[in-house]
Design a protein around this ligand. Structure first.
Ligand SMILES: NC(=O)c1ccc[n+]([C@@H]2O[C@H](COP(=O)([O-])OP(=O)(O)OC[C@H]3O[C@@H](n4cnc5c(N)ncnc54)[C@H](OP(=O)(O)O)[C@@H]3O)[C@@H](O)[C@H]2O)c1
Length: 286
């Protein structure tokens, strides 16, 4: 049985990974309380003591707008700490599975076709740049790594993700203005976690895109959510400019899951199925 550490084990992806991995592996979950990845010496001590075969890192500083004002914190968490994890994994001869983002893309203009793993990254904001720096450091320094890029995550353990916030506001009858000019492949963390377990067991290494299939804008995503949830919401499409977020976000950041199919793994379910499964999980109180 492999010994697999999950860093960020109480997060939305981390908690789904702990559940999925527990079936065949010995799980060693580490919450933020157990391990602070920016404490380089502390991380080395904890991980060395656990003797893992693989370390899955889901921890990040991913508040996209806050990153614009806290650039050094973004790079410390999303790049320097990741390099440290990579070096520790080298010394332990462990595989490091690291989660990255579609926001490493978007800066190349009028894109309308999904980004493949071979496309050159082009981030538009500090968050994307810091996550790209983390990826590049692993490529240069970490012998055994798997970088999983994903997009628009929501899971049952999260209460600040787009889906949870939309449901909360709609239930209160609030008018909702949602951007309709950013297109992506939003992804349910339970689906992602299940696929990551398969990837871990496969020979796939390097960079792999894993997102729910299909494309939508945030507005279209919200509209489908309310249809599936049977909620009547006062929903209006707006532009990113009207919304006026601090960080610029890609108008298009859809990821083609080519490496996944090269590894012989089934495609992920459609994003609409992700929403349906999330709502079913919520109803069953999972
Ligand atoms: N959320 C998205 O839409 C999205 C999209 C694409 C890619 N990603 C990437 O996917 C990964 C997982 O995202 P998620 O949505 O599951 O995040 P999440 O729910 O916020 O979970 C992250 C977990 O890591 C912990 N953590 C944060 N900073 C840490 C640190 N410095 N040291 C140790 N633990 C720390 C958090 O604890 P606290 O809550 O106590 O801080 C939390 O439990 C991240 O790498 C993110 O960049 C996310």
């Amino acid at each position: 049985m492999r010994r697999v550490v999950v860093i960020g084990s109480k997060g939305q992806l981390g908690s789904d990974l702990v559940r999925e991995l527990g079936v065949r592996d010995r799980i060693l979950p580490l919450s933020h309380q157990d391990l602070e990845i920016c404490d380089h010496a502390g991380a080395r001590e904890v991980l060395t003591g656990l003797r893992p075969d693989a370390v899955v890192n889901t921890a990040a500083y991913h508040r996209v707008d806050d990153c614009e004002n806290h650039e050094s914190r973004a790079f410390e968490t999303n790049a320097a700490a990741i390099l440290n994890l990579g070096r520790i994994c080298n010394d332990l001869d462990a595989l490091l599975v690291h989660v990255s983002t579609d926001y490493v893309f978007g800066g190349d203009g009028d894109r309308t076709s999904p980004y493949t793993e071979e496309d050159p990254p082009c981030p538009l904001n500090v968050y994307g740049a810091s996550k790209l720096a983390g990826e590049n450091l692993l490529r240069e320094e970490c012998r055994r790594h798997l970088i999983v890029r994903t997009s628009g995550l929501y899971g049952l353990a999260g209460d600040r993700n787009f889906v949870a916030v939309m449901l909360r506001l709609a239930e209160k009858g609030r008018p909702l203005r949602v951007v309709d000019d950013q297109r992506l492949g939003p992804t349910y963390t339970a689906h992602l976690a299940r696929k990551m377990v398969r990837l871990l067991a496969s020979t796939a290494r390097g960079t792999v895109h894993v997102t729910n299939q299909g494309v939508c804008s945030w507005y279209e995503f919200a509209r489908r959510l309310f249809e599936l949830a049977g909620l009547t919401a006062d929903l209006t499409p707006i532009t990113s400019q009207e919304f006026g977020a601090k960080a610029t976000r890609p108008a298009y950041s859809v990821l083609a899951n080519e490496a996944l199919s090269r590894a012989g793994l089934e495609p992920m379910p459609h994003w609409s199925q992700g929403l349906a499964d999330y709502l079913a999980g919520k109803r069953s109180g999972r």
